[in-house]
Each structure stands twice: as structure tokens, then as C-alpha cells.
Design a protein around this ligand. Structure first.
Ligand SMILES: Cc1cc2nc3c(=O)[nH]c(=O)nc-3n(C[C@H](O)[C@H](O)[C@H](O)COP(=O)(O)OP(=O)(O)OC[C@H]3O[C@@H](n4cnc5c(N)ncnc54)[C@H](O)[C@@H]3O)c2cc1C
Length: 481
């Protein structure tokens, strides 16, 4: 929308931030710290977004006080090497370098704004620890990454009973209030207002009223991703069609489309975090196989990478195969109600029940057991601590049946819940890049509205992590005008 067509602006501020999740809160706080007058617009009745529903895991490293207290050493260089590999192919090398070099400072910024982390260590693959431990592995100790970077656990989990996102957003919201940042809720940004090539504000809706907001120095889009918009999913990420969505329900992609209308470029639109309906503790103690009974990945990798491999390479037609000991070893609180759907005394009986070709699963389990007895996994190099020959009776879990714990949002066609990682193309300071490769003056983006650290891969903690990290940079850059 052309600024000339706006008779009079209803509100004027220095920096306008759209969306009050983790990225928007971080942008607003940093813009305010730089001396700007800041307004946060939020379409919902309150702040929080998907960030408040999240597990509260934040990917941090380089030797944080929590890592040190748990006895781990780490460097930004090892962190960078791991992220480049695990978030690839085509991870954003420049952003990853900045992120890793700034990680200790970012830890300090978060804790300085009241975000709590507890020095306790959870030492088993999981989505979210059932304890309030503050540190966990996110696949750093799994092959092939052990050949690429010295492993250190970097999953920093905000201290909380259950999921920690609410604690994170409570802390950031208290800081927003203390900083005197204006917040308008129930106010949805509809269109960018452009002053020539420059983003100059937005037209927004507050119930029946239209409000024109002018941003003297910059507009930051922190509106989340597009997984809740079926048309955009069909257009950009067809393999995600019909799956459940991991979000607050508001990932409608509007912020991305508003910027596209102003000439912004998008990138990596087809990739996503894939929250496969699998209990990592069960999978790592057993096998993950496809529909012809073959393993395709080491089961101790970060479960999101298992999910991506299962969805993008096997259309989720995958089973967890395990025995009684594996099932019993995982505490009930960590099983999330999942029960094996198939049980048999022999592997041959199990493959028959599942409907696999005769011998398909038997040969896999035979090979796995033969090497596991020697403490080896020459196929996928699963860590020794998880290797043990499986014994009868055997069981299998079909991940397409899904599970839906309360915090995971709506259950879709089962098997996986996703959120999108692609979005607006941005530079290191969140500046939105247009189709010619130039910044759109006055326009910034962060969080899932933007394409961040990620190429194809995803690790837990890198969404809240890059959302807050690059949100801060976008807020500072917008304040600089
Ligand atoms: C159950 C669950 C668990 C998760 N666990 C983790 C985890 O442990 N670690 C991790 O890193 N990530 C996790 N995630 C993902 C992570 O929470 C999100 O990717 C991240 O919070 C996105 O942050 P954001 O600031 O970009 O968006 P959001 O937090 O979603 O905030 C965007 C805000 O913008 C508002 N908005 C949108 N459009 C408009 C508009 N036009 N006008 C005004 N307001 C608008 C929305 O209402 C929303 O409040 C999890 C997500 C869920 C749902």
C-alpha cells in the first residue's frame, strides 16, 4: 500500500514490531535498548505465539556456564562445525558463524532478561526431558557428526515443569513491560505501507477498526511461519500436506506474503521440522526400519533428523522394532502413552503381522543382533551404549498411528507434526532481501517468518535460538534507521 494513499497515520513510532513471540519480543527489547520508541502489534489476545507453547529448548554453546557446571568443554568452532553439518545441506554458513560466535553473549542476554536454566544434565535421546534438567544432547554425540565436530551437549532447556516455552515468554514479556514497550493486542497487521521503496509502516485491523501505523525507522516482521496455511503449504512444501502442525494455530504466513508483495525474496520454503510420532528413548534402544524392514539411519541421531529422513525419504512408512527390555527401560512418563501395535514371539511372526516381505525384517534383526553382540554397528554406527541384541518377544510400533500429547497441538493424519523453516530471505541483521539481492529499506524479519540458520536440517533449540538471536539484531538494525 502506498503511503500517499494514507490520509493520516493513527500512530507513529520509531520501530514497529509485528508479532509477539520470541523473535518479536527480542527485536522489541533490543530496539528499545538502542533508544527507539517501540510498538509491538499482536493479532492474538496476548503475546506468546508458538514460542509460549514450545519445549523451551534453546541451542546454545561455546562453553556456557551450564555446560561448564555439567562438566563439558565446548568452543564456538566445534559448535559451528556441528550446526553446518546437522542443519544442512545448504545451511546458512554466515548466520551460523555469527550465531556460534555470539552464543555466550546470547546466553548472558537471555539470563539477564530473567530466563532460567538449571545445571542438570539429561543423558538420553528425548524430545523434552521429563525432569527439569537444563542441558541435553541434541545429536552432537551421534555418527556421522562425531567424525565432524567434537561433541558437546548444547540443548539448553529453560527450567520448567514440562514444556519450558511459557517460562521463556513470561520472562521476555516481563522484560518488555519493564522496558516501557507499547503493546497492542487483538491487532492484526494486514498490509505493509511503502513510502517509495521504503517500508514505512502497516495497515492493521483492531476488531472493526483500521489503524495506520507509521514506523519512522523500521518495521520488523516476526509473525511466525506458514504451516497453518494449507494453500502456502501446497504451493511451497507439498510433502507436508495434511500433516499435523506444531504451532499456536497462527502460522498463516501473512507476514511472509506482506513482504513478498513488497518484492521480498523467500528461500528454503519446502523444508520443515518433522516431529515424528516416535519416542526417541524407545527407538534408540531398538531399530527404526522402513516398510521393507531396512534400517536407514542410526537411531541415536536427534529425533528431528529421524523424522525428516522418515518423511522425506520414506513417506512416514516406518516402524520402531523393539523388545520387552527396551520398552521397560524407558520410564512411563517418557513413553507418552505409546504402545506397540504388533507383538510376536519371533521376528518372522512380527514381519508377517506387519505385512512385510518374508525375511525382510528377519535379516535386518539377525545382522543387527550379530554385530550388537560385538558392540558394533557397521551399518550406521549407533553408539555402543545403545547396542544390545534384541530378544523375543518382539514388538513393533507403526509411527503413522501417531500420538498426541496435550502440548503438541492438533493431531493431523498422524505420524508427524511439522512447522516450516523457510521464509523471507534476510541478511545478518535481519534485513529483508528483495528479488534483486538488495535490502528492502526499512524492512526486517526474524524467527520463522524468515529463513534463518537452516538449510534442510533442523535441531531442537535452533528455532527459539535463531529467533531470539537474529530478532535482537533485527531490532537493533531497525532502531539504527
Ligand atoms: C509444542 C511445540 C514445541 C516446540 N519446542 C521447541 C523447542 O523446544 N525449541 C525450539 O527452538 N523450538 C520449538 N518449537 C518451535 C518454536 O516454538 C517456534 O518455531 C518459534 O517459537 C517461532 O517463533 P516466532 O517468534 O517466529 O513465532 P511465534 O512465537 O509463533 O510468534 C509469532 C506471533 O506473531 C503473531 N502474528 C502472526 N501474524 C500476525 C499479524 N499479521 N499481525 C499481528 N500479529 C501476527 C502470532 O499471533 C504470534 O503471536 C516448538 C513449537 C511448539 C508448538
Amino acid at each position: 500500500m502506498d503511503a500517499d494513499s494514507i490520509g493520516r497515520f493513527d500512530v507513529e513510532v520509531d520501530v514497529l514490531v509485528i508479532g509477539y513471540g520470541c523473535a518479536g519480543a527480542a527485536a522489541a527489547l533490543e530496539a528499545r535498548a538502542c533508544g527507539a520508541e517501540v510498538l509491538l502489534l499482536e493479532q492474538a489476545g496476548g503475546g506468546g505465539g508458538s514460542s509460549a507453547l514450545s519445549g523451551g529448548e534453546i541451542y546454545l554453546g561455546g562453553g556456557t556456564p551450564i555446560q561448564q557446571a555439567c562438566g563439558f568443554t565446548d568452543t564456538p568452532e566445534e559448535m559451528e562445525a556441528y550446526l553446518l553439518a546437522a542443519l544442512g545441506p545448504q545451511a546458512d554458513a554466515e548466520k551460523i558463524r555469527e550465531y556460534c560466535r555470539g552464543s555466550l553473549d546470547h546466553y548472558g542476554w537471555l539470563t539477564g532478561h530473567g530466563v532460567p536454566f538449571k545445571p542438570g544434565f539429561w543423558d538420553s535421546p528425548t524430545w523434552v526431558p521429563p525432569t527439569d534438567d537444563g542441558l541435553m544432547w541434541l545429536g552432537e554425540n551421534a555418527w556421522p557428526f562425531t567424525d565432524i565436530a567434537k561433541p558437546a551437549p548444547r540443548g539448553h532447556r529453560v527450567t520448567s515443569e514440562g514444556f519450558g516455552g511459557k517460562v521463556l515468554m513470561n520472562a521476555l514479556s516481563a522484560a518488555v513491560e519493564a522496558a516501557g514497550i507499547q503493546v497492542r493486542t487483538n491487532t492484526q497487521a494486514l498490509q505493509l505501507i511503502m513510502d517509495g521503496p521504503r517500508a514505512a509502516g502497516v495497515l492493521a485491523r483492531h476488531f472493526q477498526d483500521r489503524i495506520a501505523v507509521r514506523a519512522r525507522r523500521g518495521v520488523v516482521l516476526a509473525t511466525g511461519g506458514f504451516a497453518d496455511n494449507p494453500e502456502m503449504v501446497a504451493m511451497h512444501a507439498p510433502l507436508l500436506t495434511g500433516l499435523g502442525v506444531t504451532s499456536d494455530g497462527g502460522d498463516d504466513g501473512r507476514g511472509i506474503r506482506m513482504a513478498q508483495a513488497a518484492g521480498a525474496a523467500v528461500q528454503r520454503m519446502s523444508t520443515a521440522q518433522v516431529g515424528i510420532a516416535l519416542v526417541p528413548g524407545l527407538a534408540v534402544r531398538g531399530l527404526l526400519v522402513n516398510d521393507v524392514g531396512q534400517r536407514f539411519i542410526n537411531e541415536d541421531q536427534y529425533p528431528g533428523l529421524l523424522g525428516q529422513a522418515a518423511l522425506f525419504r520414506h513417506d512416514l512408512a516406518v516402524w520402531v522394532v523393539l523388545d520387552e527390555q527396551a520398552f521397560e527401560e524407558v520410564p512411563e512418563a517418557e513413553r507418552w502413552g505409546v504402545q506397540p501395535g504388533f507383538v510376536a514371539e519371533t521376528i518372522g511372526g512380527l514381519e508377517q503381522e506387519i505385512g512385510m516381505p518374508e525375511g525382510a525384517l528377519s535379516s535386518t534383526v539377525h545382522e543387527y543382533n550379530r554385530y550388537a553382540a560385538l558392540g558394533e554397528d557397521p551399518y550406521f554406527h549407533k553408539a555402543k551404549q545403545w547396542l544390545r541384541p534384541l530378544e523375543p518377544p518382539f514388538a513393533a510400533i507403526d509411527v503413522r498411528r501417531g500420538f498426541a500429547p496435550p502440548e503438541m497441538g492438533s493431531a493431523g493424519r498422524g505420524g508427524a507434526e511439522v512447522f516450516t523453516l523457510g521464509g523471507l530471505r534476510t541478511g545478518l541483521d535481519g534485513e529483508v532481501i528483495d528479488l534483486s539481492g538488495d535490502p528492502v529499506p526499512g524492512l526486517f524479519a526474524a524467527g520463522r517468518a524468515a529463513s534463518g540458520l537452516h538449510g534442510h536440517g533442523y535441531l531442537s533449540g535452533t528455532s527459539l535460538g535463531d529467533g531470539t538471536f537474529f530478532g535482537r539484531r533485527a531490532g537493533a538494525a531497525a532502531a539504527a534507521g
